[in-house]
Design a protein around this ligand. Structure first.
Ligand SMILES: [Ca+2]
Ligand SMILES: [Ca+2]
Length: 475
């Protein structure tokens, strides 16, 4: 229903003819955000709203965390839940302009209808059947839509926990069906409820679950831990020019720190669900804008260890035992190098991530012809999944790639070695749209070699999209 309304509204808009070049899509990732409303959540939400054309937003739900809850004092104070409504109202002021750039932006009315208040009254409170918990349960139980739902915890897991308890209490026979649909992306375990309730009742059902720590390089510690070459995109000059000034009321409400990026620790939870061609949603081990993870038990994925002798915790993965926190203030060059490598699965994408943000900020105020839009990477006679023997030459052909602005495109076919299982050396890259991959003779049967076609346009800001091809070695 809402999609039809969006389409009708788009048809009534002067910019529709240009924007219609991208059609209304109904295969977008379904997402539910739960947020504790910390200052950095409020920054993340502005970026999330500007990215909401990429998702089917099923819910935005206030929740508590170990850091913030209703009744918390001082630093633990809880920001009044209405901040979500306030931001959607600012979004409403730029919505008509955003729609010139993509008809998939949801209406402000639709977003408001998906805003619910969950469990906020204490740390890890998951007993009350709140509106937010009921809503998450309803979405997961909706039999009319079997597509996966990415449920993100930007704060505690307590409202998600309550939602899953509702399903367990009222529909115990449907738990496996819900588990098959559910995907979890947790920014740490910001309360005890994953361990006390979700893990014992749901983990064995195989729910794909990412519990992230590497997100922290986009949180408050970014000036310490990001490599110098990426810091430019977070400093005051860049933020002022591309986001804060001259980009309309939603971007000017962004809570900066002396003009610079402050923190968006929760942003990786939805960066992960942007369908940018990296295909990371197929496996947390494949890596993408939301980081790269390793499986530690059942279908639970945590961060790759900074060194082989660092072991994942048996229990909760949180602020108190986080590797990010252990590495935050190291001084020796060797440890600092380890820290940089630890966060690389996240920061390696940051120039593209920040330019993506800047383009969306432009979409708030510019017409279609004055703004930039992402290239559309297309392959020819190159399947996304290939089986091949060692020694074989494989054609990788991205020549049909286009750009909606007819920008000049630069191509890079590169071997994402960390994502694959081939144990040899990094394979050579190509700067041509058409490349040949020679499968190394020492590749072993069953190995995966991940090749990424990265395409960047010459617009302002430059925008990047990808297509990953996975080669599996045959006997
Ligand atoms: Ca948060
Ligand atoms: Ca472009």
């Amino acid at each position: 229903m809402s999609r039809i309304i969006t389409l009708l509204l788009a048809l009534a808009t002067p910019g529709f003819l240009r924007a219609a070049e991208t059609s209304i899509r109904d295969d977008r990732p379904r997402v539910i955000v739960t947020t504790d409303g910390e200052a950095d959540d409020r920054c993340s939400m502005i970026r999330f709203l500007l990215t909401s054309n990429e998702f089917e937003v099923e819910g935005i739900v206030n929740s508590s965390s170990q850091f913030h809850w209703e009744g918390g004092q001082g630093w633990n104070a809880f920001h009044p839940v209405t901040w979500v409504r306030d931001q959607i109202q600012l979004y409403a002021q730029v919505y008509d302009n955003l729609k010139l750039h993509d008809p998939n932006y949801p209406t402000p009315e639709y977003l408001l209808s998906r805003w619910k208040v969950g469990n906020i009254s204490g740390i890890g409170e998951d007993e009350i059947r709140t509106e937010g918990a009921e809503w998450i349960a309803e979405v997961l139980l909706d039999e009319s839509n079997s597509r996966p739902v990415w449920v993100q915890a930007w704060g505690g897991c307590n409202t998600i926990s309550r939602a899953l308890k509702i399903i367990q209490d009222d529909h115990p026979d449907r738990m496996q069906e819900v588990a098959d649909k559910l995907r979890l992306f947790l920014i740490w375990e910001q309360d005890e409820t994953y361990q006390s309730s979700i893990r014992p009742n749901w983990e064995h059902l195989g729910v794909p679950t990412i519990i992230a720590d590497q997100f922290d390089c986009m949180a408050y510690i970014w000036p310490k831990v990001l490599p110098e070459e990426t810091k430019t995109y977070f400093q005051a000059d860049w933020m002022g020019k591309h986001i804060l000034q001259g980009h309309g009321p939603l971007c000017s409400a962004y809570e900066h720190k002396d003009g610079a990026f402050h923190a968006e620790g929760d942003t990786p939870a939805f960066l992960y669900s942007i369908p940018n061609g990296l295909r990371n949603m197929e496996s947390p081990g494949w890596g993408g804008w939301g980081g790269r993870y390793v499986k530690v038990r059942n279908n639970v994925w945590l961060d790759p260890p900074p060194a082989t002798d660092w072991k994942h915790p048996e229990g909760r993965w949180h602020f108190g035992n986080s590797w990010s926190k252990q590495l935050e203030n190291v001084n020796s060059p060797a440890e600092q190098q380890m820290r940089t490598a630890y966060f690389k699965p996240m920061w390696r994408w940051m120039p593209a991530v920040q330019n993506d943000f800047a383009a969306r900020a432009d979409w708030c105020v510019k017409d279609y012809a004055s703004a930039n839009h992402h290239p559309v990477v297309r392959l020819k006679e190159t399947p996304l999944d290939i089986e091949a023997e060692p020694g074989k030459a494989i054609l990788l052909d991205a020549t049909p790639t286009t750009d909606p602005d007819r920008d000049i495109l630069s191509f890079r076919w590169w071997h994402y070695i960390e994502a694959g299982t081939y144990a040899g050396k990094q394979l050579p890259e190509s700067s041509q749209p058409k490349a040949t991959l020679a499968i190394p003779l020492d590749a072993q049967p069953g190995n995966q070699i991940h090749m990424v076609c990265e395409v960047t346009d010459n617009g302002e800001p430059p925008l990047t999209r990808y297509q990953r091809v996975v080669v599996r070695i045959r006997d």
